[in-house]
Write a protein that binds this ligand. Structure first.
Ligand SMILES: [Zn+2]
Ligand SMILES: [Zn+2]
Ligand SMILES: [Zn+2]
Length: 144
């Protein structure tokens, strides 16, 4: 995996570089799937002695800055994923192995036109969450 310079990234996001923020980023960088705040907490807590509310606060800050994406799963819990692809894009989540992959296609222009035409409104933001089976899991599902 690539070496990420989280100090630089935090500075660029205008967030103060703190050991806690770095610990959360480092823990998340090792993951290929969305984690709940509790899961992030269990990964950073033994070394950093931080409470769950702190982890929630840091995740919120990182989500606001755009470096962390949030999804809501069927259990209505929020899950977090660190993605360093800074271009606007969406995520494909494998429902079997939970792996996350980037999708660069965006339908914002079509959505904006539809909102303008049909609702006479203006599109401000959009969240698109794609779920399916990844290239590894799809063949296995077919064999079942
Ligand atoms: Zn998969
Ligand atoms: Zn991404
Ligand atoms: Zn988009």
């Amino acid at each position: 995996m690539a070496e990420y310079r989280f100090e630089e990234i935090l500075r660029r996001l205008k967030l103060k570089v703190t050991p806690r923020r770095l610990a959360v980023l480092e823990a998340m960088a090792r993951e290929t799937s969305f984690l709940s705040a509790e899961q992030v907490w269990s990964k950073v807590s033994p070394a950093r002695k931080m409470g769950l509310p702190t982890v929630y606060r840091i995740l919120d800050e990182l989500a606001l800055s755009g470096i962390v994406t949030q999804v809501i799963r069927d259990d209505r819990q929020l899950y977090y994923f660190l993605c360093l692809n800074e271009k606007h894009h969406h995520h494909f989540v494998c429902t079997s192995c939970k792996k996350v992959e980037d999708i660069d296609l965006c339908l914002a222009d079509e959505l904006r036109a539809e909102v303008a035409q049909r609702l006479k409104g203006t599109l401000v933001s959009h969240i698109i969450q794609l779920q399916g089976l990844c290239s590894h899991c799809a063949p296995q599902e077919q064999q079942k």
